[in-house]
Design a protein around this ligand. Structure first.
Ligand code: FES
Length: 61
């Protein structure tokens, strides 16, 4: 069984470690392995991934 580790970065993204399949709203699938950061602030221009925009946006969780 593979384990996925999810860490909430304070005032930032979700850090995920493991093997993933990202399924976009249009149905396109993307296989990922390793560490990824998913945006939780809504300001990223590279959604679903964090691009650091949360800092400029002053995102607080
Ligand atoms: S959490 Fe980093 S850009 Fe949204």
């Amino acid at each position: 069984m593979s384990v996925v580790e999810i860490k909430m970065i304070p005032n930032g993204p979700l850090e995920m470690k493991g093997d993933f399949k990202i399924i976009r709203p249009d149905g396109k699938e993307e296989e990922k392995s390793g560490t990824i950061h998913l945006c939780r602030c809504g300001h990223s221009n590279k959604k679903p991934y964090c691009d650091g925009s949360h800092v400029k946006a002053g995102f607080k969780d």
